[in-house]
Design a protein around this ligand. Structure first.
Ligand code: PAF
Length: 283
């Protein structure tokens, strides 16, 4: 497994691989890898001749008062998981390498980035779209894999790839959950044992909404109220947003269907967690 931090070096290597008609599969991450990332890497291994993992905590997708400085990092642990998943190349650039002095270019996907996390974290998705575009230009992937836990991010990356005619196939992979239902996230590492228990209110709210929907309840307001009451019964939880939206347009709906997304962000103590489900999806 090669570990590369220079843009020039990996870009040259990628162009050589492509000349040899090798298919490049790419999993971009911010590191502190867990089973969710491993599932992307294992799928990437099947889809490419060469598997590239990037680890870069991207400063421009964090707001001023967010957790950039304390974002968990563990390069040795990440490399061990990468080896287990048979990664060929790990790309770990510095911020100075990615954003040279004078950097002033940004990619913005407009409407899809406005609601949900875009409303709570202004500028976040510009940072994501910009770094993903750069990473695509650097790594030259044929296929790139992203987790559906960051559903809005995935929708934005799909839109951007289509709008900018980027020659990359985007694959969305199912959310990976702990045995008790908590969606896997690097930020789960911030939770104390008590907070970890409280955090189950996100997946429980989702399960409740899914059960009520399956039982025939199609009124958005009723489903949202039930989920909201469940979360608010948890003293450590503070809802940032809890919404039902169309899965393609991300516009709000009043009557739900199989193509309705329930998305939520909840603060558990100081930690903001997100989760989502497509109401019509198999459990
Ligand atoms: O999902 C993430 O880890 C990040 O947002 C990404 C896509 C690697 C961009 O920094």
């Amino acid at each position: 497994m090669k570990i590369i931090s220079s843009i020039r070096e990996i870009q040259d290597l990628a162009l050589t691989l492509k000349r040899d008609v090798r298919r490049i599969a790419f999993v971009p991450t911010m590191g502190f890898l867990h089973e969710g990332h491993a599932s992307l890497l294992r799928e990437g291994r099947k889809r490419g001749d060469v598997l590239v993992l990037s680890i870069f905590v991207n400063p421009i997708q964090f707001g001023q008062h967010e957790d950039l400085d304390r974002y968990p990092r563990n390069l040795d642990g990440d490399c061990a998981i990468a080896r287990e998943c048979d990664v060929d190349i790990v790309f770990t650039p510095t911020a100075a390498e990615m954003y040279p002095g004078g950097f002033q270019t940004s990619i913005r996907v407009s409407n899809l980035a406005l609601p949900l996390c875009g409303a709570s974290r202004p500028g976040h998705f510009d940072g994501v779209a910009t770094v993903v575009t750069k990473l695509f230009n650097i790594v030259q992937p044929d296929v790139a894999l992203f987790g559906k836990k960051d559903f809005q991010q995935l929708a934005i990356i799909r839109r951007m790839t289509l709008d900018l005619s980027l020659p990359v196939e985007i694959v969305g992979m199912p959310i990976v959950r702990e045995a008790d239902g908590l969606a896997m996230s690097s930020r789960n590492a911030y939770l104390s044992p008590d907070e970890r228990r409280s955090a189950l209110c996100l997946s429980r709210a989702i399960r409740l909404a899914r059960e009520r929907y399956a039982a025939g309840e199609h009124t958005a307001e009723t489903l949202l109220t039930a989920a909201q009451e469940l979360i608010e019964a948890e003293p450590a939880a503070l809802i940032d947003y809890l919404e039902l939206r169309d899965v393609d347009t991300l516009e709000t709906v009043s009557t739900v269907s199989d193509s309705t997304l329930m998305a939520l962000a909840v603060k558990i103590g100081a930690t903001r967690l997100i989760d989502n489900t497509l109401l019509g999806d198999e459990p």
